[in-house]
Design a protein around this ligand. Structure first.
Ligand code: PMV
Length: 355
């Protein structure tokens, strides 16, 4: 490979317990309200950036699996590819400043290079899970590492400098808002332009994702962020979410799982209610979503095995439980809903550089 370089990074998805919904700035993805999420681990995206021998006029996304990556190559349409490559260029323009700020040097040769980019997602493609948080976080980390002059110094600095992580997370946010929360873990709070990890006394957690439907969403999350403003319940949403955000931080700090569960439930229902009362109204619920929620609320609660439920802008149900009862819950849900795939993941620590 002589002096041809390759960088491989991976970043996990995250699941919000207080949701990001609505933007004050649609170009920079600044949120109306603070949000707080659990970072996952194996549900992730791998991004490889590598030099190519022959000169090119632009970077290129190639539908191939990178060596050493797990998962499947996603299907990216033209606009998905453009958005991804536009973010790579955003990383190129911000790399000098981020690297300098962390005491690192820019690679002069790669500053103008047009590399090839390959990606995989570990979510089974039939799960229909959005991968924008994990893919933009992995792309940001891989790209800035690619533009640095020394991989080892970059790796070192990234491992021990939370400020550098946060600058990368902020840059990632400009590509996809929720990706800002995929750089640390297990709990990350995002307020205005910045995100940082928050303290928790909870035991280690797992997320069981009940895949109720994998169909394509009729309303994408960008449109949802705009349309919620037309709901009569939009008034007050920001203060309801801020109150929950502060309470959630307190509940995590005390290790009060039951309170965490109550806040998570109130907030995802609040967000879905905004969708259903927007103009025109829309809903992500699929046949089966309500049954799973009802089963959890009534049929499954033995009063002894705590769980928290949440849903993103999609039909699938996330059941967050202590890792010690992961198998108990997986079996219980699988027995009642054998028709639905259940993905099991655990809390994680955020984006990492592999090579
Ligand atoms: O990052 P986006 O624009 O895909 O927003 C996603 C927002 C939700 O997933 C619905 C909630 C959240 O906080 O992750």
């Amino acid at each position: 490979m002589s002096d041809l370089e390759r960088v491989l990074a991976r970043a996990p998805s995250n699941i919000a317990l207080v949701k990001y919904m609505g933007k004050t700035d649609f170009t920079r993805n600044l949120p109306v309200n603070s949000s707080l999420s659990l970072t996952l681990s194996e549900l992730c995206t791998y991004v490889e950036i590598r030099d190519v021998g022959e000169p090119r006029s632009s970077p290129e996304w190639i539908a191939e699996k990178p060596d050493g990556a797990k998962g499947e190559v996603p299907t990216l349409n033209e606009s998905g590819r453009e958005k991804f490559l536009r973010h790579f260029e955003r990383c190129r323009s911000h790399s000098p400043e981020i690297l300098r700020g962390s005491g690192l040097e820019l690679s002069q040769t790669r500053a103008t290079a047009m590399p090839a980019i390959r990606t995989t997602n570990t979510f089974p493609s039939e799960a229909g899970i959005a991968s924008s948080a994990s893919s933009f976080a992995a792309l940001t980390l891989a790209a800035v590492a690619y533009f640095s002059a020394s991989r080892n110094s970059f790796r070192d600095r990234y491992a021990r400098d939370p400020e550098m992580r946060r600058s990368l997370a902020e840059l990632s946010r400009e590509g996809s808002g929720s990706s800002i929360r995929s750089f640390e873990g297990p709990f990350v709070a995002w307020k205005n332009a910045r995100a940082e990890s928050v303290e928790s006394l909870l035991p280690p957690l797992s997320d069981l994702v009940v895949i109720v439907s994998a169909g394509k969403k009729l309303v994408g999350s960008s449109e949802a962020h705009r349309r919620v403003e037309s709901s009569p319940y939009w008034v007050g949403r920001s203060s309801r979410a801020e109150t929950r955000f502060e309470e959630l931080k307190g509940a995590l700090k005390r290790g009060a799982f039951q309170r965490v569960a109550e806040i998570a439930e109130a907030d995802f229902r609040d967000m879905h209610h905004l969708f259903e009362t927007a103009q025109p109204p829309f809903s992500y619920f699929a046949p089966g979503t309500e049954e799973v929620l009802e089963f959890l609320a009534i049929g499954a609660d033995d009063g002894e095995s705590p769980f928290a439920v949440t849903m993103d802008a999609g039909p699938n149900v996330h059941v967050v439980v202590p890792q010690s009862s992961e198998e108990f819950w997986r079996k219980k849900i699988a027995e009642r809903f054998p028709q639905f795939l259940i993905l099991v993941d655990r809390q994680g620590a955020g984006a990492e550089l592999i090579e």
